[in-house]
Write a protein that binds this ligand. Structure first.
Ligand SMILES: [Zn+2]
Length: 253
Protein backbone atom coordinates (compact mmCIF):
# COMPACT_ATOMS: atom_id res chain seq x y z
CA UNK A 1 0.00 0.00 0.00
CA UNK A 2 1.22 3.51 -0.74
CA UNK A 3 -0.03 7.04 -1.00
CA UNK A 4 -0.38 8.59 -4.43
CA UNK A 5 1.04 12.04 -3.72
CA UNK A 6 -0.34 13.60 -6.87
CA UNK A 7 -3.94 12.56 -6.25
CA UNK A 8 -3.77 12.28 -2.47
CA UNK A 9 -5.40 8.88 -2.42
CA UNK A 10 -4.42 5.59 -0.88
CA UNK A 11 -3.33 3.00 -3.41
CA UNK A 12 -3.63 -0.68 -2.63
CA UNK A 13 -1.92 -3.23 -4.85
CA UNK A 14 -4.21 -6.23 -4.99
CA UNK A 15 -2.84 -8.39 -7.73
CA UNK A 16 -0.05 -10.96 -7.55
CA UNK A 17 2.45 -11.14 -10.43
CA UNK A 18 4.71 -14.10 -11.07
CA UNK A 19 7.13 -15.14 -13.80
CA UNK A 20 7.09 -18.28 -15.93
CA UNK A 21 10.60 -18.55 -17.40
CA UNK A 22 10.43 -20.13 -20.88
CA UNK A 23 12.61 -20.64 -23.98
CA UNK A 24 16.14 -19.22 -23.55
CA UNK A 25 15.41 -16.06 -21.61
CA UNK A 26 11.72 -15.13 -22.04
CA UNK A 27 9.41 -14.40 -19.13
CA UNK A 28 5.67 -14.95 -19.38
CA UNK A 29 4.08 -12.85 -16.64
CA UNK A 30 1.04 -14.15 -14.80
CA UNK A 31 -1.18 -11.51 -13.22
CA UNK A 32 -3.66 -12.94 -10.72
CA UNK A 33 -6.14 -11.96 -8.06
CA UNK A 34 -5.12 -14.31 -5.24
CA UNK A 35 -8.61 -14.13 -3.71
CA UNK A 36 -10.60 -15.21 -6.76
CA UNK A 37 -7.88 -17.03 -8.72
CA UNK A 38 -8.70 -15.07 -11.87
CA UNK A 39 -5.50 -14.75 -13.92
CA UNK A 40 -4.07 -13.29 -17.12
CA UNK A 41 -0.90 -14.27 -19.00
CA UNK A 42 1.20 -11.54 -20.60
CA UNK A 43 3.09 -12.55 -23.77
CA UNK A 44 2.81 -16.34 -23.59
CA UNK A 45 5.64 -17.69 -25.76
CA UNK A 46 4.44 -21.24 -25.32
CA UNK A 47 1.38 -23.08 -24.02
CA UNK A 48 2.21 -25.96 -21.68
CA UNK A 49 4.50 -24.30 -19.10
CA UNK A 50 2.02 -21.45 -18.76
CA UNK A 51 -0.96 -23.76 -18.23
CA UNK A 52 1.10 -25.83 -15.77
CA UNK A 53 2.06 -22.75 -13.74
CA UNK A 54 -1.54 -21.55 -13.62
CA UNK A 55 -2.74 -24.99 -12.52
CA UNK A 56 -0.01 -25.33 -9.88
CA UNK A 57 -1.10 -21.99 -8.39
CA UNK A 58 -4.75 -23.03 -8.41
CA UNK A 59 -5.69 -20.12 -10.66
CA UNK A 60 -8.06 -19.80 -13.61
CA UNK A 61 -6.69 -18.22 -16.80
CA UNK A 62 -9.28 -15.95 -18.40
CA UNK A 63 -7.11 -13.63 -20.50
CA UNK A 64 -4.00 -13.34 -22.63
CA UNK A 65 -2.43 -9.91 -23.19
CA UNK A 66 0.16 -9.46 -25.94
CA UNK A 67 2.54 -6.50 -26.21
CA UNK A 68 3.69 -7.15 -29.80
CA UNK A 69 3.53 -9.67 -32.62
CA UNK A 70 6.86 -11.50 -32.22
CA UNK A 71 6.33 -15.29 -32.02
CA UNK A 72 8.23 -15.58 -28.72
CA UNK A 73 5.47 -13.37 -27.24
CA UNK A 74 2.43 -14.88 -28.98
CA UNK A 75 3.34 -18.52 -29.68
CA UNK A 76 1.20 -19.84 -26.83
CA UNK A 77 -1.93 -17.85 -27.72
CA UNK A 78 -3.74 -20.52 -29.71
CA UNK A 79 -2.96 -23.41 -27.36
CA UNK A 80 -3.94 -21.45 -24.27
CA UNK A 81 -7.17 -20.29 -25.89
CA UNK A 82 -8.02 -23.86 -26.94
CA UNK A 83 -7.42 -25.10 -23.39
CA UNK A 84 -9.11 -22.29 -21.45
CA UNK A 85 -11.38 -20.33 -23.78
CA UNK A 86 -9.59 -17.15 -22.66
CA UNK A 87 -9.92 -13.76 -24.31
CA UNK A 88 -6.88 -12.54 -26.28
CA UNK A 89 -6.14 -8.80 -26.22
CA UNK A 90 -3.39 -7.49 -28.48
CA UNK A 91 -2.28 -4.72 -30.80
CA UNK A 92 -3.53 -5.07 -34.39
CA UNK A 93 -0.09 -6.17 -35.62
CA UNK A 94 -0.42 -9.46 -33.68
CA UNK A 95 -3.22 -10.43 -36.07
CA UNK A 96 -0.57 -11.60 -38.52
CA UNK A 97 0.38 -14.49 -36.21
CA UNK A 98 -2.62 -15.05 -33.92
CA UNK A 99 -6.37 -14.83 -33.63
CA UNK A 100 -7.23 -11.77 -31.53
CA UNK A 101 -10.51 -11.15 -29.68
CA UNK A 102 -9.88 -7.51 -28.86
CA UNK A 103 -7.55 -5.15 -30.72
CA UNK A 104 -6.37 -2.28 -28.53
CA UNK A 105 -4.51 0.97 -29.09
CA UNK A 106 -3.42 4.11 -27.23
CA UNK A 107 -5.73 5.07 -24.36
CA UNK A 108 -7.85 1.91 -24.39
CA UNK A 109 -8.69 0.42 -21.01
CA UNK A 110 -8.20 -3.26 -20.24
CA UNK A 111 -9.61 -4.87 -17.10
CA UNK A 112 -7.75 -7.74 -15.44
CA UNK A 113 -9.28 -9.34 -12.35
CA UNK A 114 -10.94 -6.08 -11.36
CA UNK A 115 -7.86 -3.90 -11.95
CA UNK A 116 -7.60 -1.51 -14.85
CA UNK A 117 -4.74 -1.01 -17.29
CA UNK A 118 -4.32 1.77 -19.83
CA UNK A 119 -2.80 0.85 -23.19
CA UNK A 120 0.22 2.85 -24.34
CA UNK A 121 1.50 2.74 -27.90
CA UNK A 122 5.29 2.51 -27.67
CA UNK A 123 6.50 1.73 -31.22
CA UNK A 124 10.12 1.05 -32.28
CA UNK A 125 10.94 -2.59 -31.39
CA UNK A 126 7.90 -3.34 -33.57
CA UNK A 127 5.74 -0.70 -35.22
CA UNK A 128 2.64 -1.63 -33.22
CA UNK A 129 4.24 -2.42 -29.84
CA UNK A 130 2.10 -1.54 -26.81
CA UNK A 131 2.43 -1.50 -23.02
CA UNK A 132 -0.18 -2.15 -20.34
CA UNK A 133 0.03 0.39 -17.49
CA UNK A 134 -1.83 -0.50 -14.28
CA UNK A 135 -1.71 2.88 -12.57
CA UNK A 136 -3.39 1.89 -9.30
CA UNK A 137 -1.36 -1.31 -9.08
CA UNK A 138 1.84 0.60 -9.75
CA UNK A 139 3.04 -1.69 -12.54
CA UNK A 140 3.62 -1.61 -16.29
CA UNK A 141 4.21 -4.46 -18.76
CA UNK A 142 6.56 -3.19 -21.44
CA UNK A 143 7.36 -6.30 -23.51
CA UNK A 144 10.59 -5.79 -25.47
CA UNK A 145 10.66 -1.98 -25.31
CA UNK A 146 12.53 -1.39 -22.04
CA UNK A 147 14.68 -3.93 -20.21
CA UNK A 148 16.38 -3.62 -16.86
CA UNK A 149 19.35 -1.33 -17.65
CA UNK A 150 18.60 -1.57 -21.38
CA UNK A 151 16.15 -1.17 -24.23
CA UNK A 152 14.82 -3.25 -27.09
CA UNK A 153 16.30 -3.43 -30.56
CA UNK A 154 14.88 -1.11 -33.20
CA UNK A 155 13.47 -3.65 -35.64
CA UNK A 156 10.57 -1.57 -36.99
CA UNK A 157 11.13 1.95 -35.70
CA UNK A 158 13.45 4.88 -35.19
CA UNK A 159 15.75 6.09 -32.42
CA UNK A 160 13.38 9.07 -32.02
CA UNK A 161 10.47 6.74 -31.27
CA UNK A 162 12.43 4.56 -28.84
CA UNK A 163 13.96 7.53 -27.03
CA UNK A 164 10.44 8.96 -26.58
CA UNK A 165 9.42 5.60 -25.07
CA UNK A 166 12.33 5.71 -22.63
CA UNK A 167 11.37 9.21 -21.52
CA UNK A 168 7.69 8.31 -21.21
CA UNK A 169 8.30 5.22 -19.08
CA UNK A 170 11.03 7.01 -17.15
CA UNK A 171 8.59 9.80 -16.24
CA UNK A 172 6.25 7.43 -14.37
CA UNK A 173 6.19 7.57 -10.54
CA UNK A 174 9.43 6.09 -9.25
CA UNK A 175 7.82 3.19 -7.39
CA UNK A 176 6.16 1.77 -10.53
CA UNK A 177 7.41 -1.78 -11.20
CA UNK A 178 8.46 -2.49 -14.79
CA UNK A 179 7.87 -6.01 -16.12
CA UNK A 180 10.04 -6.78 -19.18
CA UNK A 181 9.91 -9.67 -21.64
CA UNK A 182 13.44 -11.05 -21.25
CA UNK A 183 16.21 -11.75 -18.74
CA UNK A 184 18.82 -9.51 -20.35
CA UNK A 185 19.89 -7.65 -17.22
CA UNK A 186 23.44 -8.98 -16.81
CA UNK A 187 24.44 -8.24 -20.42
CA UNK A 188 22.78 -4.84 -20.16
CA UNK A 189 24.57 -4.11 -16.87
CA UNK A 190 27.95 -4.93 -18.43
CA UNK A 191 27.20 -2.57 -21.30
CA UNK A 192 25.98 0.15 -18.92
CA UNK A 193 29.19 -0.13 -16.90
CA UNK A 194 31.18 0.62 -20.07
CA UNK A 195 28.82 3.34 -21.28
CA UNK A 196 28.53 5.09 -17.91
CA UNK A 197 31.76 4.24 -16.04
CA UNK A 198 31.51 7.10 -13.51
CA UNK A 199 28.05 6.01 -12.33
CA UNK A 200 28.48 4.24 -8.98
CA UNK A 201 24.88 3.01 -9.00
CA UNK A 202 25.58 1.13 -12.25
CA UNK A 203 28.65 -0.58 -10.78
CA UNK A 204 26.72 -1.60 -7.66
CA UNK A 205 23.84 -2.96 -9.69
CA UNK A 206 26.17 -4.90 -11.99
CA UNK A 207 27.70 -6.66 -8.97
CA UNK A 208 24.26 -7.36 -7.50
CA UNK A 209 22.83 -8.69 -10.79
CA UNK A 210 25.88 -10.92 -11.37
CA UNK A 211 25.32 -12.51 -7.94
CA UNK A 212 21.60 -12.95 -8.58
CA UNK A 213 22.23 -14.67 -11.90
CA UNK A 214 24.85 -16.94 -10.35
CA UNK A 215 22.16 -18.05 -7.91
CA UNK A 216 19.72 -18.51 -10.81
CA UNK A 217 17.46 -15.71 -9.58
CA UNK A 218 15.15 -13.57 -11.73
CA UNK A 219 16.31 -9.94 -11.84
CA UNK A 220 12.87 -8.52 -12.68
CA UNK A 221 10.71 -6.59 -12.20
CA UNK A 222 12.77 -3.45 -12.12
CA UNK A 223 11.44 -0.06 -11.03
CA UNK A 224 11.28 3.39 -12.56
CA UNK A 225 13.64 4.65 -9.83
CA UNK A 226 16.24 1.97 -10.62
CA UNK A 227 16.06 2.67 -14.36
CA UNK A 228 16.41 6.42 -13.89
CA UNK A 229 19.55 5.73 -11.86
CA UNK A 230 21.19 3.00 -13.96
CA UNK A 231 19.70 2.67 -17.48
CA UNK A 232 21.93 4.51 -20.00
CA UNK A 233 19.08 4.65 -22.53
CA UNK A 234 16.79 6.41 -20.04
CA UNK A 235 19.64 8.66 -18.89
CA UNK A 236 20.68 9.70 -22.43
CA UNK A 237 20.52 13.48 -22.67
CA UNK A 238 19.31 13.68 -26.27
CA UNK A 239 18.19 11.44 -29.10
CA UNK A 240 21.63 11.56 -30.77
CA UNK A 241 23.23 10.18 -27.59
CA UNK A 242 20.50 7.56 -27.39
CA UNK A 243 21.09 6.50 -31.01
CA UNK A 244 24.87 6.23 -30.42
CA UNK A 245 24.28 4.02 -27.38
CA UNK A 246 21.76 1.81 -29.20
CA UNK A 247 24.19 1.29 -32.11
CA UNK A 248 27.03 0.51 -29.68
CA UNK A 249 24.85 -2.02 -27.84
CA UNK A 250 23.94 -3.73 -31.13
CA UNK A 251 27.61 -4.67 -31.61
CA UNK A 252 28.24 -5.25 -27.86
CA UNK A 253 25.88 -8.24 -27.89
ZN1 LIG B 1 10.25 -8.88 -29.54
Amino acid sequence: MGVDAEHGRVVMARLAVSAVPVLNDNYVWLIADPDTGEAAAVDPSVTEPVLAAVEAAGWRLTQVLNTHWHPDHTGGNAGIKAATGCTITAPAEAGRVSKIDRVVSEGDRVEVAGAEATVWEIPAHTSGHIAYYFEDERMIFVGDTMFAMGCGRLFEGTPEQMYANMLRIGALPEDVRIYCGHEYTLSNARFAAEADPENAAVGERLAQVAQMRERGEITLPTTVAEERATNPFVRAGCVEEFARLRAAKDSFG
